[in-house]
Design a protein around this ligand. Sequence first.
Ligand SMILES: Cc1ncc(COP(=O)(O)O)c(C=O)c1O
Length: 338
Amino acid sequence: MIDLRSDTVTQPCDEMRKKMATAIVGDDMFGEDPSVNELQEFARKITGKEEVLFVPSASMSNQLAVKALTAPGDAIAVLKHAHVYRYESGAAPLLSGVTMLQVGDKRGIISVEEIGNTIPPDDQHYPPLTLLCMENTHNGQIVPIDNIKKLHEYCCEKDIKMHLDGARIFNASVATGIDVKDYAKYFDTVTICLSKGLGAPIGALICSNKQYAKKIHRFRKVMGGAMRQSGIIAAAGLYALQNNVQHLSMDHKNAQHLASGLKDLNYLEILGPVETNMVFVSYAQSKISGEALQEHMMSKGVNIVVDEAKKMIRLVTHRDITMQHIDHVLEQLHCFAS
Ligand SMILES: Cc1ncc(COP(=O)(O)O)c(C=O)c1O
């Protein structure tokens, strides 16, 4: 099956499975799992952050950041389409007692002016805005480093902390040539996901400066994310960071190949530039049925997810998708039209 629904569907390769099977493990609750420690140490070096903690998921990592950087009753600024806002089941207000204020555009860019306008008046009626959450990439779009730099300067001035949901920060880094460290330095906390384009089966990393490490460590336990012989999965994460980063550029090439082939189909319209591994298309201007298209593709061995309400399809390339797969997908999309 050619699965274009998400880059979360990747299967661990044989080498990765071997690393998992032979990982030396210990009880990580005592800090004694050598494989977890090695992964955390490696991630410290490549992100330039003082502390890194291995957690089960990127959602947990984001929520640990919100918990560490805020106090109950605070307000946080989040992108309208951010994962931390839309797709974490309301965890931030539930777990950290914060109000979420929406900012930014579809590309993940937030202007300094907008943040300025979002800061509530210093008055008893309003919660203080203490955290800005960004996402890079955001729906496959790269947030320019200059935008991040300007926000950082402004947020320092206003004593607003910054968190980066960098679930796909390596996609941004590979596409721009900007080191992950150079993105990470502007943020108090950074989430890295190992189980998206990087291809590990499970796991994420919460990277922070020392001052937040104790709180993050404690709340990982509170949230049930402290694990035991987790070196089995950390070994996969380390393999992913050491071997799978450069392959992301192939995913980006495949996304470009897909996008250029889609231009020949008049029932689909590409939405926005394709900057990394995601292609969004709309069928709003045509008479086709999204469900019929989905069924047709499934019958030809292609799994896609269709948003019938928005008449939109998100196609995501990843390490289990080849250029030949993309050619097959394009051929079948042409077949559907004829
Ligand atoms: C941008 C972004 N952040 C965070 C997450 C959460 O990842 P997880 O499924 O590991 O919790 C996702 C998941 O798709 C995501 O796309």
